[in-house]
Design a binder for this molecule. Structure first.
Ligand SMILES: Nc1nc2c(ncn2[C@@H]2O[C@H](COP(=O)(O)OP(=O)(O)OP(=O)(O)O)[C@@H](O)[C@H]2O)c(=O)[nH]1
Ligand SMILES: [Mg+2]
Length: 470
């Protein structure tokens, strides 16, 4: 009988098992097998496997039944035997049927890319929410593969097929248990997510910037540099699985929020996208995205395309964004970045490590903030003087002038904060508020009340958010 703990244990790390990696690449692909499977090697070593060899087959599509062609499968079996490796890892997701064929041919356990990524997520999940999200994805991944597991066991016992046998009954029992566990995990997760939704909705009226991008691009390193956040940043894939939001004081004293979150990767298992949906949505409840790319990677353009695809699938493609090319210190030939600049001419190149380019990034962010926010002159009466400290912390004060009635401030302020200031005693300044000899000018008021009523993403009501996945 399979119990949920066993299933979780299936997703533990490789414990130094030697593994041969394999995949299918398009005809005409010039890279060596090791180059073509570079990312899979990083995934495998992050999950604690030792890469014993790499093998690719050039073909238009993987074989729908056996993934590799018959000759190549025999070659893979030979390599496994020679290297005495304990597993093979495929660069794509395998159907249960393909996995069974490969396993029969090579005689050692077969992992696919999705399973490997699930193992890494399981190793790196630290918070209760991340653990439940990974468990949910792992259970969903397991469901269609139960038959393979039992067919395999029957064969080991010398059985003659599973139909009608003990395995078949056991599959039904396991399926029932998995379904029950999936519902229990989904329920628990929903509770945590609803709490988070309330937290996001209750965020103060601060402009929020989210760091998104390919895994290992340097998101957490940049967050640490900008906010002294103490977030784990290391040369491993998927170091960060949880969303962290920290206040960030921009040069000039104004505070905004910066959010770091889970990275993306090509062919991300759909079970993970579904179970991490709420975490990604939370991160994307931002006014501005910094889309981080590792400029030193030969696959930077491909990685950017993947990030764009994921953002599109999360309906976040239209959010205001700045492309940030990171790890500039590792780029020997800056001409190699031409393709990235072409995709976004307003991209900013930085090094989170050395701090190069950060000034340019700050001014890009500040001009984005200016585009979203309202610029206006307000009179804050002396009786509502406490509002001034909110204004100084959460808005950009362009000028301040004290008069007999109160303080005249020219501000750049979020629609939500403006609404609150107006409801708590501040009002738009009028020409008569200004003494004739005052050295300041009033800024014309944008009288479009819609701006005020329309709360930005950081303060929207919980009802506006999509419900978390069941
Ligand atoms: N040389 C150099 N290394 C960097 C730079 N930024 C980050 N790194 C390194 O890149 C690796 C990954 O950095 P992280 O900040 O963990 O990357 P991440 O995007 O948060 O990665 P995940 O959380 O795994 O998705 C670490 O070893 C960092 O030290 C940079 O500007 N220059
Ligand atoms: Mg990180």
């Amino acid at each position: 009988m399979t119990n949920p703990q066993d299933i979780e244990r299936d997703y533990s790390a490789g414990h130094g098992t030697e593994a041969v990696l394999f995949g299918v690449v398009q005809h005409g692909e010039q890279r060596t097998a090791a180059e073509a499977l570079h990312e899979l090697q990083l995934l495998a070593s992050t999950a604690d496997y030792v890469v014993a060899g790499c093998m690719v087959q050039h073909r238009r599509h993987p074989d729908p039944h056996t993934y590799l062609g018959a000759g190549k499968l025999a070659e893979l079996a030979e390599v496994v035997k020679l290297a005495r490796s304990g597993a093979v890892i495929c660069d794509d997701s395998l159907t249960p049927n393909q996995a069974r064929h490969v396993e029969t041919a090579v005689g050692v356990p077969v992992l696919d890319r999705s399973e490997l990524i699930l193992q890494i997520f399981s190793m790196h999940a630290r918070t209760p929410q991340a653990r439940l999200q990974v468990e949910l994805a792992a259970l969903q991944y397991e469901m269609p593969r139960l038959r393979r597991k039992w067919t395999h066991l029957e064969r080991q016992r010398g059985g003659i097929g599973v139909r009608g046998g003990a395995g078949e009954k056991q599959i039904d029992v396991d399926r029932h248990m998995l379904r029950q566990r999936i519902s229990a995990v989904a329920r628990e997760l929903k509770g945590i997510e609803q709490h988070k939704i309330r937290e996001v909705a209750a965020r103060p009226e601060l402009f929020t910037v989210a760091l998104v991008g390919y895994t290992n691009a340097g998101k957490s390193s940049l967050m640490n540099r900008l906010c002294d956040a103490g977030v784990l940043a290391e040369n491993k894939l998927f170091s960060t699985l949880d969303t962290r939001t920290r206040p960030w004081r921009l040069p000039g004293g104004r505070t905004i929020l910066l959010t770091d979150t889970v990275g993306f990767i090509k062919k991300l298992p759909h079970e993970l996208v579904a179970s991490f949906h709420a975490t990604l949505e939370e991160a994307l409840a931002a006014d501005l995205l910094l889309v981080l790319i590792d400029g030193s990677s030969p696959e930077a353009a491909e990685q950017l395309a993947t990030v764009n695809e994921v953002l599109e699938s999360l309906h976040a493609a239209d959010l205001a964004r700045i492309t940030v090319i990171n790890k500039l210190d590792l780029v020997a030939d800056r001409g190699s970045l031409a393709e990235l600049w072409q995709s976004d001419q307003r991209a900013v190149a930085i090094s989170a490590l050395t701090g190069e380019g950060l000034e340019e990034l700050f001014s890009s962010i500040q001009s984005q903030v200016a585009q979203v926010e309202n610029r206006c002159s307000l009179l804050v009466p002396h009786t509502a003087g406490a509002l001034l400290s909110h204004i100084r912390a959460k808005a950009t004060v362009l000028s301040e002038f004290y008069t007999q009635q109160g303080c005249l401030v020219e501000v750049q302020v979020s629609p939500a904060l403006l609404g609150r200031l107006l409801s708590e005693g501040a009002r738009y300044a009028e020409p008569t508020d200004l003494p004739a000899d005052a050295p300041v000018q009033l800024v014309a008021v944008d009288d479009d009340d819609d701006d005020i009523d329309e709360a930005p993403a950081t303060t929207r009501d919980a009802d506006d958010l999509d419900p978390p996945p069941a």
